[in-house]
Design a protein around this ligand. Structure first.
Ligand code: TXE
Length: 480
């Protein structure tokens, strides 16, 4: 049955709708910020229960707009989001409560502490590859911290966000306008950047740079989660069975549309040939269909991505690689067979630019040092992994890997281990999401200093200056 996948970008919100929603968001923020944290948490938990009472609807909408295998919707999107929410619900009060600050002895009669003040309206702009976990993974901590949220999902996958907005609004748990979706493309995104108090952007490096420039013009804070080119460094003592399974899943999960997905494999030459054969064999076992059931691979979510991947494969062939697989099996439904590129060479597009599709380029290297050099030669630095039985060597090698997310004999799990800050080096991003800082960044830090006693006396370092006072300050300083 050849269903034709109807994929079209949603309409852009009008200027009036954008104005109205931001106005509503600001009013909602003024109310929400005074709710005690415990009450905010309680209401968000109730919303979450309501959302999962309607889980089947959510799954159907997600599958319709992404074509993902149901297994990935259930695990990567839904379980992943629940893990993130659990982390923030369990840790928010510890992370956001006032933090006492230690003052030097010279200020023995003062009280100092840090407190976290919610920022206002957080603009969250997200890509098409994870229409549920990425928007919720940022919106939930922003709301818990006391902010309002305006979410601008990708124009290619806005239905999931609109469904979440309907459930959020109809729950009756929140001030009207606290969480709103603005649909549309980059032009609406630009308006969101302009009108928000802080931006969390996830998407391509080129769009991320535009967001950064616009936010900088207004001196507003932003978080950028951009592209990745995950180098997988396989040493000759790697646990081969696990490594092969990891390479195939790490490169092809979500049909390869994963910013932390494996995009390059550097394998020591002694084991390169058997490694490639094992990869090809493992890949042949994969099932692929549009139904989402009994399958491992789905389709491209964004139509343009298949062209990018085909261009990378054509370029690899022209530069001498053998490409196993990679055939387009259904043009209308953006279905393409996964591909192995071997031998991959540094000058190939598939080794330089983000492919963001089900492709595993493999290059034999003479040493771990050569793999390290090649890994770091790319402007992107999001995720990287090392596969070897010598863990301490891997940890030393990883210190020199220019990547924000390092895995040793593992991959792809940082995002849902929410205690780990998530983000990249170099052109892969700026600032971090998740972790303690990932929650605090949705607040402004306020440092409070209070003079305790004596109520009426001035400080000895105030006017009028006198020698004995200066000497006393130096003496007290020596005690500090
Ligand atoms: O990106 P785009 P896409 C990366 C992934 C790939 C890309 C895929 O590696 O490179 O994102 O997502 C809006 N001002 N990551 O093609 O085009 C646009 O409407 C404001 C990394 O969607 O950048 C969409 O909502 N907004 C990530 C969003 O930005 C603008 C995980 C992204 O669109 C805009 C997932 C502008 N000028 C994907 N231009 C990670 N590191 O976690 C576009 N948009």
């Amino acid at each position: 049955m050849t269903m034709t996948t109807m994929i079209a970008p949603v309409e852009n919100a009008s200027v009036q709708e954008i104005e109205r929603k931001f106005q509503k968001a600001r009013e909602a923020f003024e109310m929400w910020r005074v709710y005690p944290l415990a009450e905010r948490i309680r209401r968000i938990q109730l919303f979450w229960k309501e959302l999962f009472r309607r889980k089947e609807e959510l799954i159907q909408i997600l599958h319709k707009e992404t074509g993902k295998p149901m297994a990935e919707i259930q695990t990567m999107e839904i379980v992943g989001s629940q893990l993130i929410l659990k982390y923030f619900l369990r840790n928010a009060s510890r992370i956001l409560r006032d933090q006492p600050a230690v003052a030097p002895w010279l200020f023995f009669n003062k009280k100092a502490y840090v407190r976290y003040i919610p920022r206002g309206v957080i603009g969250i702009i997200t890509p098409w590859n994870f229409p549920f976990i990425i928007p919720l993974g940022d919106s939930l901590p922003a709301l818990i911290a006391g902010n309002a949220v305006i979410l601008k999902p990708s124009e290619w996958t806005a239905q999931t966000a609109l469904f979440v907005e309907r459930v959020f609004t109809s729950s009756g748990l929140f001030p009207e306008g606290l969480f709103q979706v603005l649909s549309g493309d980059g032009r609406v995104g630009e308006q969101v950047v302009e009108k928000s108090d802080m931006i969390v952007f996830t998407g391509s490096t080129q769009s991320g740079k535009k967001v950064a420039v616009k936010a900088a013009e207004q001196l507003k804070p932003f978080v950028l989660e951009l592209g990745g080119k995950h180098p997988m460094i396989v040493l000759n003592d790697a646990p081969l069975r696990r490594t092969v399974q990891a390479a195939v899943w790490g490169g092809l999960a979500n049909c390869g549309q994963l910013c932390v997905g494996v995009e390059r494999i550097f394998v020591e030459k002694e084991i390169a040939q058997p490694f490639v054969e094992m990869i090809r064999k493992e890949m042949k076992l994969l099932r692929q269909n549009l139904s989402g059931e009994e399958t491992d691979l789905g389709r491209f979510i964004f139509p343009g991505q298949m062209e990018v991947v085909q261009k990378h494969l054509e370029d690899a062939r022209e530069k001498g690689a053998e490409v196993t697989g990679g055939e387009v099996v259904d043009e209308q439904n953006f279905l393409m067979k996964p591909a192995v590129v071997f031998p991959a060479k540094p000058e190939m597009l598939v080794m330089q630019e983000e492919t963001f599709g089900p492709v595993l380029p493999i290059m034999a290297v003479s040493s771990a040092e050569e793999a390290l050099y090649l890994s770091n030669s790319n402007p992107l630095g999001l995720a990287a992994s090392i596969w070897t039985r010598d863990r301490s060597y891997a940890e030393r090698l990883a210190y020199n890997l220019e990547a924000g997310l390092i895995s040793i004999n593992d991959l792809l799990s940082h995002y849902v281990i929410c205690s780990l800050p998530f983000g990249g080096f170099k052109q892969s991003g700026f600032s971090r999401r998740h972790g303690e800082e990932g929650l605090r960044q949705f607040c402004q830090t306020q440092s409070v200093l209070i003079h305790d006693w004596p109520a009426q006396a001035g400080e000895i370092w105030w006017f009028p200056y006198q020698k004995w006072k200066t000497r006393l300050v130096s003496f007290l300083n020596r005690l500090s």
